[in-house]
Design a protein. Structure first.
Lengths: 245, 172
């Protein structure tokens, strides 16, 4: 098998170029999917038999929560690749993940609280699932703070990569917290081995939204990765040539 | 050993070490991480006696007793193995219903009644349209089964099997 395409991913100019080419291929489908899913979820889907229309916050809450965890895993894997193979572009990708992941985590917490008040009867309780998700937010903030605190990029890459890898133990804790311990949070409706606990007219918009949010994340990641490469390579000759061309 | 291999082992070592530390910490905190105790744990004496704790379970149908003209109420929380009687005075959340999950925060009195000062509703993972819920209820004699299967309901499909009252239900 020819691995040149893989090895070229270590080259900042190459990644800078393909990231620019790929961005619209993620951004446009993301926008279309999200609009379609909003219509399906807010208009077409029936209200829930117990929660009425209040259940519709799931169309924002579940995708943001899924992405908060998925982005952290992506960040930790990129950081590990950067650490092991000394790949600068992988470190740049990990650094670009953190801000997006932190916002998705905050969004999942806020939407969960807004739903929790009318349904559970409280905005917040120190429940295993809720607490683990809050720790995820702090891991993101800690990662970004650590990067910001170290001036030398190479050293910031290595130190923050270790933090990202250490924090990845929180990912299975978040996922399985509702199975391992008694929790106020319901068990997963979709992300489970069994079939989904939801009829198709509610489920399809949710899956579209999940896919749309995921594509949106990759679009934003590519834009941020380009910015990060620009910052790191600001004195490189390839960049001067690319910009003057 | 190449430097790259050494770094790979370092990363694997960090992951293994942190996982082990996390596992041990969580095992040590097991009791504190438990958000609530179910009636079986209370019956087995695992819940802290004389201290405040949370009791979780299902509201047993037909046991909700509201006194007219006041906020006082009583009901029975069950996990289909054991029952605990709960007394409460206050407003309950919208999702507080018979056969639905509930979490009561309070204290177990010596007479075995749990006196709660906070009631939270626990929603399950099942979502369905009101008419589907009605048809499931009709198939089960007007009562919502504990674990309704929204996917198999409606459209004349096979009726969701209802759990016998003695089936242990750990997740509700």
């Amino acid at each position: 098998m020819d691995w040149t395409w893989f090895h070229r991913l270590a080259s900042p100019p190459h990644v800078y170029r393909i990231a620019g080419t790929l961005t619209p291929w993620f951004a446009w489908p993301a926008g279309l999917l999200i609009v379609a899913a909003l219509y399906g979820g807010l208009v077409l889907a029936p209200p829930d038999y117990q929660q009425g229309d209040g259940f519709r916050i799931i169309y924002v809450h579940a995708p943001t929560a899924w992405l908060s965890v998925m982005i952290y895993t992506t960040m930790a894997v990129a950081a590990a690749i950067g650490l092991i193979w000394r790949m600068k572009v992988a470190h740049a990708a990990a650094a670009s993940c953190a801000g997006i992941g932190a916002w998705f985590t905050a969004a999942s917490l806020v939407t969960g609280m807004l739903w929790g008040k009318p349904m559970w009867g409280t905005y917040w309780v120190w429940d295993p699932r809720l607490t683990a998700q809050l720790i995820l937010l702090f891991l993101y903030l800690g990662y970004m703070g650590l990067r910001a605190g170290i001036e030398d990029t190479a050293r910031a890459d290595r130190a923050s990569a270790v933090l990202a890898i250490v924090g990845v133990v929180n990912v299975p804790i978040i996922r399985f917290s509702v199975d391992w311990w008694n929790s106020i949070h319901q068990a997963p409706s979709v992300m489970k081995m069994d079939r989904p606990s939801m009829p198709a007219d509610m489920l399809v918009p949710l899956l579209l939204m999940l896919l749309g949010f995921t594509l949106y994340f990759f679009a934003v990641l590519l834009v941020r990765l380009r910015a990060e490469i620009l910052r790191r390579e600001r004195s490189a000759s390839w960049l001067r040539e690319a910009l003057s061309a | 050993m190449t430097p790259r291999r050494r770094r790979l082992l370092l990363v694997v070592g960090i992951l293994a070490g942190v996982s082990l530390a996390g596992l041990l910490a969580l095992r040590a905190f097991q009791d504190n991480v438990m958000f609530f105790f179910d009636p079986s744990q209370v019956a087995a004496g695992e819940a802290p006696s004389g201290e405040r704790f949370r009791l979780g379970g299902m509201v047993r149908p037909g046991t909700v007793d509201r006194k007219s003209g006041s906020l006082d109420m009583a009901f029975v929380v069950t996990d289909f193995q054991h029952d605990v009687k709960v007394r409460y005075s206050g407003v309950v959340p919208d999702l507080f219903r018979e056969n639905q999950g509930v979490i009561a925060h309070g204290r177990l009195e010596p007479d075995g009644v749990f006196v709660a000062d906070e009631i939270l509703a626990k929603h399950d993972e099942n979502y369905m349209a009101p008419e589907v819920a009605r048809s499931i209820k009709d198939k089960h004699g007007g009562v919502m089964p504990v674990n309704p299967d929204p996917a198999s309901a409606g459209g004349g499909g096979a009726a969701a099997p209802q759990l016998p009252a003695s089936t242990p239900v750990t997740r509700f």
